[in-house]
Design a binder for this molecule. Structure first.
Ligand code: URA
Length: 296
């Protein structure tokens, strides 16, 4: 349970956090730098398949030092620490027996957004975030995409997947014969992690109950987990993306497919072919057909 802070204590806490920022400390839950470095060194290059979209690609000064946790790094940190392995969304709470009527879903989602408010439940609230990125899309969507967390563009606009990775996601959605407005898009965490690092377990675990409730309202038929962080938390399993792709999982009454994160595809476009296979599996399930390309 998050403690409710009065305005004075909130202000005092913010002041403290700003003081630490001045000292260059941004990540209050981060384990020692040494642990990250050790872990990154133990990752073979092939396993270092996924890193967060780096706004620093546009702004080199902000590029994170080589301590961004890859899935494999994240796994090794889980293994050797006391941080519990995430619990799957299905284990977190029973699936509600009744669904919300389609015309009431937008209002039900608004209730959650209001409850989140100007959230200060985890350290991301004090780590430079500007906007909380709730979600985007159709509250009655049959297809839902779940990413990792907002990047720089999303943090400014308050919408998920609106930067370069978002443009690629839009293209993927179009290739499936859908429009972005027809799907629902959300993330594991709703606030931008500093320097686009992978969310810490404490941050993800604080935020995911809201995502779970969003899923229970929208009740998509199919969920696509974009990348290892989404797959890890949705499924409660820290497996390689390779072993999770290519077959169905289940999550909150939906069929769940795992594919590469669009930010990873921007770095390694060769994997787009593999992603298209994953999306075709989804399309077959939803009875979607790729639009016919016009000759001109
Ligand atoms: N990457 C994500 O995982 N989510 C976003 O919203 C944007 C980039």
């Amino acid at each position: 349970m998050a403690a409710v802070l009065g305005p004075e204590r909130k202000q005092a806490l913010r002041a403290y956090v700003e003081y630490f920022h001045d000292l260059g400390v941004y990540d209050f839950y981060r384990r020692s730098e040494a642990t990250y470095e050790e872990a990154s060194q133990s990752v073979p290059p092939a396993a270092a398949e996924e890193r967060r979209p780096v706004a620093a690609a546009e702004k080199p000064a902000e590029r994170p030092v080589e301590r961004v946790a890859t899935p494999a790094v994240a796994s090794s940190i889980f293994e050797e620490s006391t941080i519990p392995v995430p619990v799957s969304f299905d284990q977190l709470a029973p699936l509600p027996t009744e669904t919300i009527a389609p015309q009431k879903r937008a209002a039900a989602l608004q209730v959650i957004q209001d409850e989140i408010g100007d959230c200060t439940r985890c350290p991301l609230a004090f780590a430079g975030r500007h906007k909380i990125v709730f979600a985007d899309g159709d509250p009655n969507a049959e297809l839902m995409f779940v990413g990792e967390g907002p990047g720089a563009d999303e943090d400014v606009q308050g919408l998920p997947f609106v930067g370069k990775a978002g443009q690629l996601l839009n293209n993927m959605i179009t290739a499936m014969g859908l429009a972005r407005e027809q799907v629902y898009i959300a993330n594991i965490v709703k606030c931008r992690p500093p320097q686009n690092r992978v969310p810490e377990p404490a941050e993800a675990n604080t935020c995911t109950p809201f995502l779970l409730r969003q899923m229970d309202i929208v009740r998509p038929r199919v969920v696509v987990a974009l990348g290892a962080t989404a797959a890890t938390y949705l499924l409660g399993r820290k497996s390689s993306l390779g072993s999770l792709r290519g077959h169905w999982h289940s999550c909150r009454g939906a069929k769940l497919a795992v594919t590469y994160h669009p930010a990873f595809l921007l770095r390694d476009p060769r994997q787009k072919k593999e992603t298209w296979k994953d999306l075709q599996m989804v399309m077959a399930e939803l009875g979607l057909k790729a639009p016919v390309k016009s000759a001109n």
